[in-house]
Ligand binder design. Structure first.
Ligand SMILES: C[S@@+](CC[C@H](N)C(=O)[O-])C[C@H]1O[C@@H](n2cnc3c(N)ncnc32)[C@H](O)[C@@H]1O
Ligand code: SF4
Ligand code: SF4
Length: 480
């Protein structure tokens, strides 16, 4: 049997180490794959190229690392058992090679992962170059969604980046081994040159992931297919057209977006959907899920609870506990009718201020790692670069401007590094100022700036992550 690394993951050198990561983390079936590897581990994985039997790989490992056959087998076994996320191990990223998948294999030269022994360095949680990019081409929208978290007014008085800057950025992404370009906004299709942006992305061989609420005609769907678009996200919140209109504050819109889903599917584009759950649509969403699940071209249906917005917040949009429980029961019934569909629900928003200090402390120490400015960046519609989508134009988090510098200059800029390794002396006030755990908190899992802003206000970016046990009670993230 010959094995190879799944084309859904990629190996890349990263200074004194290597990284194994999901090529397309937005459309991955399961959890995103990410792991730093020692150079020798990457070299071994690079040998899984679909041309060698496992016995041959063992012999090569034994030769390369001066090991006995048993020693080589143990090394490989241990490597394949290493976790790449909370569910999967490296071994689950390997696939059996056959005639149907051989052409998809990414070949690696094991030599590209060789690092002199004294330069091996696994310490930093920050990648040497980004592995993810989110581009917001515009903050304009076709709709006016009542719940939106985006700073849709933030672009006023600013100039949108042009096609030349965008094309240069795409080339820079490829140099970072990035293959997927995630978009958000605003709405991609509100850019006058949306099709040129798409064409440029596809021409570079990059994979665009686009979420949209723009109603698309049959003609547009056909055009997108002919350009090479394979998938798209339609954000849709209800099955009843009038209710969609109410949520989007746009009369006559609901029917058009429901029809767009069929136009896209019939043209040959696979559709994933995202639905924001509020008390207004909670009783209508099960019918929407059934409608979507019936469509063979809808490959993923995601539902997420309304989350606090910095710009357009309304407590009345939080879903209450009881309503949520009833919704989940209904959703589970629908799921059993469509076992072949991927239907995901993010669950209730966590209540950050609940629980004893000990419980909060435990949960905080188990939080997931913040990837902002460590693995990825966000490009704003004017070419400025920030570290997380919902921070938008907040000046504290702008690490550079693509109109003035390259992506790698920005990634290595003093502003980006100061933000990545912040000094406690620069904290003017609040609980983080004298916190004994400051270094551990900021250098490893990280403090969520977005949630700090939401909890304590736009003027308090230096305040604690509201999940921290030292954080005072701030604005609520759940229904009262
Ligand atoms: C900010 S939008 C940008 C892309 C595009 N305009 C759209 O709506 O699909 C990205 C996604 O976030 C969702 N969203 C917006 N505000 C939200 C909120 N307050 N809570 C949860 N999801 C939200 C939208 O419905 C959409 O699926
Ligand atoms: S959710 Fe999307 S379409 Fe709606 S206002 Fe926000 S960015 Fe615009
Ligand atoms: S969020 Fe602030 S107060 Fe909490 S552990 Fe981190 S540095 Fe300390």
């Amino acid at each position: 049997m010959k094995l190879h690394l799944s084309p859904k993951v990629k190996l890349r050198p990263d200074g004194g180490r290597a990284i194994l990561f999901s090529v397309n983390s937005t459309e991955t079936d399961g959890e995103e794959v990410f792991r730093f590897l020692y150079p020798q581990q990457a070299i071994i994985l690079a040998l899984f190229d679909g041309t060698k039997k496992i016995g041959d790989i063992k012999k090569l490992v034994s030769f390369l690392f001066n090991l006995t056959d048993e020693g080589a087998a143990e090394q490989i076994e241990a490597l394949l058992a290493l976790p790449v996320n909370s569910n999967d191990v490296i071994g689950s990223c390997l696939q059996e090679t056959d005639d149907a998948n051989a052409h998809l294999i990414r070949p690696y030269d094991p030599g590209m992962f060789v690092v002199p022994a004294d330069e091996i360095d696994m310490r930093d949680v920050r990648c040497k170059t980004p592995i993810r990019i989110l581009i917001l081409p515009t903050m304009q929208c076709a709709t006016n969604c009542i719940y939106c978290y985006a700073d849709t007014g933030g672009m006023q008085g600013r100039k949108q980046f042009g096609l030349d800057l965008f094309k240069r950025l795409l080339r820079e992404l490829k140099e970072c081994a990035i293959e997927t370009v995630d978009f958000s906004g605003g709405d991609f299709f509100c850019r006058a040159d949306a099709f040129k942006l798409l064409e440029a992305t596809l021409n570079e061989g990059l994979y665009p992931t686009i979420p949209t609420k723009m109603p698309l005609t049959r003609e547009v769907a056909d055009r997108l297919v002919s350009m090479g678009l394979k998938t798209i996200q339609i954000s849709i919140d209800a099955f009843t057209p009038d209710l969609i209109d109410k949520l989007m504050q746009l009369n006559g819109y609901g029917r058009k977006i429901l029809d767009s889903i069929d136009y896209l599917g019939e043209a040959g584009i696979k559709v994933r959907t995202n639905t924001v759950l509020t008390p207004l649509n909670i009783h209508d969403v099960p019918a929407l899920v059934a409608f979507l699940a019936e469509r063979p071209f809808v490959f993923k249906i995601n539902i997420t609870c309304y989350g606090r917005s910095l710009y357009r917040h309304d407590d009345a949009l939080f879903v209450g506990k009881d309503a949520l429980q009833e919704f989940e029961e209904n959703l589970n019934k629908i799921k059993t009718s469509y076992p072949q569909k991927i239907i995901t629900f993010s669950g209730a928003n966590p209540d950050y201020y609940a629980g004893s200090e000990k419980e909060k402390s435990k949960l905080y120490n188990e939080r997931s790692l913040c990837t902002a400015n460590r693995r990825g960046v966000v490009v704003l519609p004017d070419g400025q670069v920030t570290v997380c989508e919902e921070l938008y134009f907040h000046p504290d988090f702008i690490i550079g401007d693509l109109n003035k510098n390259s992506l790698m200059e920005i990634w290595n800029s003093s502003k980006a590094l100061e933000l990545a390794y912040p000094s406690q002396e620069s904290v003017p006030d609040g609980p983080c100022k004298n916190c004994p755990d400051y270094r551990q908190c900021h250098d490893y899992l990280g403090r969520c700036y977005r949630e700090a802003l939401k909890a304590y206000g736009y003027e308090k970016p230096h305040w604690p992550d509201p999940r921290c046990s030292r954080a005072p009670k701030g604005r609520s993230f759940v229904a009262c």
